[in-house]
Design a protein around this ligand. Structure first.
Ligand code: PA5
Length: 428
């Protein structure tokens, strides 16, 4: 199970003072009585999820894996970050698996899109287009291009068997398209918003296609749900309260999530959207930032240690990582590394972590919340992602904002549509 260690925060965090508030909010999450209550479907989803659809997801993933070696996932924000984070964390950046998952639909950059399309030229590939609204410009443009290319490569009929649409149950342009061309459809339920959707087909189909054990992932999420939907200050709420106190009482304005592996960079991206879009409202909220150590100690380390005292760190520490490598002996020892001979890289990483926590928390005065997990495996990741969703809802409610809307995201879209001449947006 996940353990939250506050011993390196070095500030008084009076958890007991929050006991009543936490109990009331937990109740409200379970009973769905606070603003945003119609978007709480994710909270019980690890138990209530559609089992028939789950079987179809597994079947579709098998079909994809048997019929092609490339799946292109077209989606943006909550419609791709969870899947990408999970796939990179569990399969790594250079998977042994010969199934390649490519992400598109999250950018308007012509150079990136051209590069992907060039790679797919003449190939048989599968597409999972993911959009709850079905109208998100980045994703819709990407899908138009991908569909055209796939139809050219394999023909319209074969393409329709290789395209999978994850969208609303009945509304939106993507539902119409899927019906017209006979694409298999998966549902993002009405009561689950994008950034809380990793436990639905949005996250599960790309993960399963990548070869991840999604049953174990959902088991992990369920385990967390059972552990954290309680009224007391459990580990999840301990984290939520600690970050809230660091923000409100001690005036920190940035929370930096730290991981110790490059395969977890996308976990930071997923987490940033989750907390940023849920809490950044009414001119308030912590800015979520992320870093990967030891890599970023060679770039951001100076600022964290000695720069403006605006941030605290939340460090995810894997206590029993699965894979490892030993430092070999070298007769010459010209690099003076024989003192590390036979030591494992994970051991060295753990000492770097220990040393860095001491440097930042003690010498630098940067509060460090430590989240201990056994390891990033499918079960552990399901647990951790649910832990963060639940902590995020609690944190936002502690701040007095609705965790499930995102009114601020619409303004740039309106401006962009006006500038692009989209019908209906003539007046700014
Ligand atoms: O979390 C969210 O709600 C957003 O990030 C959306 O997922 C994102 O904007 C994509 O929206 P849609 O799924 O409607 O294409």
């Amino acid at each position: 199970m996940i353990k939250v260690d506050l011993s390196n925060v070095n500030k008084e965090i009076d958890l007991v003072a929050y006991a009543d508030k936490v109990e009331a909010i937990n109740h409200a999450i379970n009973e769905k009585t606070l603003p945003g209550n119609d978007f709480l479907g994710w909270a019980a989803y690890p138990e209530t999820y559609d089992k028939e659809e789950f079987v179809r997801i597994e079947k579709a993933a098998k079909y994809i894996r048997e019929n092609t070696k490339i799946l292109v996932v077209a989606g943006i924000g909550g419609s791709y970050l969870g899947a990408r984070a999970a796939i990179e964390a569990l399969k790594g950046l250079y998977p042994e698996d010969d199934m390649q998952i490519i992400f598109m639909g999250q950018t308007m950059n012509g150079g990136y899109v051209k590069q992907v399309l060039r790679k797919l030229e003449g190939k048989k590939f599968a597409i999972n287009v993911i959009s709850k609204s079905g109208t998100t410009t980045e994703t819709a443009v990407a899908f138009r291009l991908l569909k055209e290319l796939l139809e050219k490569n394999v023909g319209v009929e074969e393409a329709s068997k290789l395209i999978f649409a994850t969208t609303d149950k009945e509304k939106g342009a993507l539902v119409e398209l899927a019906k017209k061309y006979g694409y298999e459809r998966f549902v993002l339920p009405d009561d689950i918003g994008g950034r809380y959707s990793v436990f639905t087909a949005v996250g599960l189909l790309p993960m399963a296609a990548a070869g991840i054990d999604i049953k174990a992932f959902m088991e992990g999420a369920k385990n967390a749900m059972l552990a954290y939907n309680s009224d007391e200050i459990n580990e999840c709420y301990k984290y939520a309260v600690a970050r809230h106190v660091l923000y409100k009482q001690y005036g920190y304005s940035v929370e930096m999530m730290v991981n110790y592996g490059l395969q977890f960079v996308q976990m930071g991206e997923w987490w940033k959207q989750l907390f940023g879009e849920s809490e950044g409202k009414e001119k308030s909220g912590l800015l979520p930032d992320s870093a990967t150590f030891t890599t970023d100690l060679h770039s951001l380390g100076q600022f964290i240690q000695d720069g403006s005292p605006i941030l605290f760190e939340t460090v995810i520490r894997e206590t029993a990582p699965a894979e490892d490598v030993l430092v070999p002996h070298d007769d010459d020892d010209l690099d003076h590394l024989n003192y590390l001979e036979g030591k494992s890289l994970n051991y060295i990483n753990s000492k770097a972590c220990e040393g860095t926590i001491a440097a930042h928390a003690e010498a630098g005065g940067v509060p460090n919340i430590i989240i201990d997990i056994d390891r990033y495996d499918a079960f552990g990741l399901g647990e951790l992602m649910y832990f963060f969703c639940r902590a995020c809802a609690m944190s936002a409610y502690l701040n007095g904002v609705n965790p499930f809307n995102q009114p601020g995201v619409e303004i740039y879209k309106k401006n962009m549509f006006h500038l692009l001449g989209k019908p209906g947006y003539e007046n700014k």
